[in-house]
Unconditional design. Structure first.
Lengths: 256, 331
């Protein structure tokens, strides 16, 4: 790993007198899955918004691929290759997989100056992208409404990768999914990461964090209360980091 | 279920209204004397041209997840505009152009222009000022009709310029040119919805506006165009109405809005937006027209028509729910 994909350096965010983030620092590497944990109100959501665009930090800086990065809007974040994927907000279930994949970026041929959708080219591109990622969808011409939650997530993630996404943030991605769907969703996340994409997943479910993440970052009261490799820790320690019962689990927490 | 059966079931569901049309025509042909003859079928197509063109515009905005209740009044205003300009009797000014055929593009331009301007006005209030589409277009339904009555003084225009009237008289393959215009509109707009990015985007906006916005589709611009197109097609419907009646009266086309709604819903367009197709809407229009013709031929009182149309809309909505249940069990 040459340089980290994203570095957060002492990010602070205050709303008037209230400090939501009191100096958060951690980094994400290419192809790494980070589970961001923390109690309600710990500052996770604020942090996600600062990374993906939508809110700007009060102070501190971010480096994305070694360059100074700051997104004023989600569109700016997206242009840089960082995006939050919210399930219900990014697919049109009334059209097929191909149409969703190419939403707003359709391949067209000009026919007497009129742009005509090139369905064959688009379908070929989608089936190639899906095959590369190892995702199997029965038919790319089925409307998304007929697909399961896990399949929808796979479409979103593959679309993200296909269009040059580099870092994806997933906020409670399995909140509405069953056991089997969740297992497949976790597999999809691993596949995405194996293509060199950085993944930050926010979850409340400890088991999922341990199943999928390379590293676990715990936010508590606006600071990083723990930043540990998944293999070096266990659920009990992580819970202690979240609730703050015991410090000195990680160096970061001790410094703060 | 094998993929093949599944594809077959989906095909039937997608084109259900066409099967219904064929079924209804077959039943009528079998049981109503004199129904089965080319002239009757030509009449069905001819009688659906005005309603058909109006339904296209309505279907476009509904597919995009919006609503336009003003199409009927807009058509009436366009009809009255053309009537006043190019009729020679009543309140008509009887404008003559040289060469005479210039009246055709001039009247078309007037009708489309009137429709497009009102569509633009509605679109601006709904899309840019973020007002409720139902209320804004209901208001337009009322004030535009009011405008028709006001500018005509409640009187009518007759004797349309023969150059324009030509479109209602000249026939190709047994159908007047007005019917061909409606068919051409359905072909062109169906093509637009199925094959162009604009059509695809409209349908996706109707499905999930937030998602399209996040994907970088210019939602407001697309919706504005949809309202302008709805206005312009309503204007064209008004032009066809003038040609058919060779003039314009203040109450021209009253009640057509509900027939247009019936056609759109029967045609398989969901009022929630994002679901349906224009060929289906044309089948819906033809279905309504076939039933009207049957009622006429059987000599039933015309009042029955309205009851049957109402029941048909109810049936269409129930059918839509039923189709969704089947689709869900297919998934």
């Amino acid at each position: 790993m040459d340089q980290p994909l994203l570095v957060l350096d002492n990010i602070r965010k205050s709303y008037g007198a209230i400090e939501a983030l009191k100096g958060v620092s951690f980094s994400v590497n290419k192809g790494e899955v980070i589970a961001l944990l923390g109690d309600n109100g710990a500052g996770k959501s604020t942090l996600v918004k600062i990374i993906a665009g939508g809110q700007e930090p009060t102070s501190g800086r971010m480096l994305f691929e070694g360059e100074e990065y700051r997104a004023k809007s989600p569109a700016e974040g997206k242009a840089a290759g960082i995006e939050t994927v919210y399930q219900d907000l990014s697919l049109c279930t009334n059209v097929d997989v191909v149409a969703n994949f190419f939403m707003g970026r359709e391949i067209t041929r000009s026919f007497f100056g009129i742009p005509i959708l090139d369905e064959k080219a688009m379908e070929a591109a989608v089936s190639k992208a899906m095959a590369n990622a190892g995702t199997r969808i029965p038919s790319l011409r089925t409307n998304v409404e007929n697909l399961s939650g896990g399949q929808r997530q796979a479409i979103e993630l593959n679309r993200f990768v296909h269009w040059g996404g580099k870092l994806v943030l997933l906020d409670e991605p399995f909140a509405a999914l069953g056991v089997e769907q969740t297992r497949r969703g976790l597999e999809t996340i691993r596949q995405v990461a194996s293509q060199g994409i950085g993944v930050i997943i926010i979850t409340h479910i400890m088991q999922q964090a341990f199943q999928v993440a390379d590293r676990i970052v715990v936010i508590r009261q606006g600071v990083v209360a723990g930043d540990v490799r998944t293999q070096d820790t266990n659920p009990d320690d992580v819970i202690r980091m979240i609730t703050g019962e015991s410090l000195a689990v990680s160096g970061t927490a001790a410094r703060n | 279920m094998t993929p093949q059966t599944r594809r077959r079931v989906e095909f039937i569901l997608d084109n259900l209204v066409w099967f219904m049309l064929i079924f209804v025509l077959a039943v009528f042909s079998a049981f109503i004397p004199n129904y089965f003859q080319p002239a009757i079928f030509a009449n069905i197509i001819e009688a659906s041209s005005v309603l058909g063109v109006m339904s296209i515009g309505l279907a476009l905005v509904i597919l995009a997840g919006q609503m336009d209740l003003s199409v009927e009044s807009v058509a009436a205003l366009a009809a009255m505009g053309v009537g006043i300009l190019f009729c020679s009797a009543g309140i008509g000014l009887g404008i003559k152009l040289t060469p005479a055929w210039l009246a055709v593009p001039a009247s078309l331009l007037a009708a489309l222009g009137i429709g497009a301007i009102i569509g633009l006005f509605n679109g601006f209030l709904i899309v840019k000022a973020k007002m409720n589409a139902f209320i804004i277009t209901l208001a337009a339904y009322i004030w535009v009709r009011g405008l028709v009555v006001a500018i005509s003084g409640g009187r009518s225009a007759q004797d349309l310029d023969p150059a324009i009237r030509f479109f209602g008289i000249q026939r190709i393959l047994g159908l007047p040119l007005t019917a061909w215009i409606a068919i051409l509109c359905f072909v062109a707009f169906s093509f637009m919805m199925m094959k162009t990015p604009f059509g695809r985007h409209l349908k996706m906006i109707g499905g999930n506006e937030t998602a399209t916005h996040r994907a970088g589709i210019r939602v407001s611009r697309n919706l504005m165009i949809a309202f302008v197109l709805a206005g312009a097609t309503a204007g064209l419907a008004g032009w066809l109405l003038t040609v058919r009646t060779s003039g314009a009266t203040a109450n021209l086309g009253v009640g057509m809005l509900f027939n247009a709604f019936a056609a759109v819903v029967i045609g398989g367009v969901s009022l929630k937006g994002g679901v349906g197709s224009l060929p289906g809407v044309y089948a819906g229009v033809l279905l309504l027209s076939s039933i009207n013709t049957a009622i006429n031929l059987m000599g039933l009182p015309a009042n029955v028509t309205q009851v049957i149309h109402g029941l048909l809309v109810l049936a269409a909505v129930m059918l839509d729910t039923f189709k969704q249940t089947i689709r869900r069990s297919l998934a």
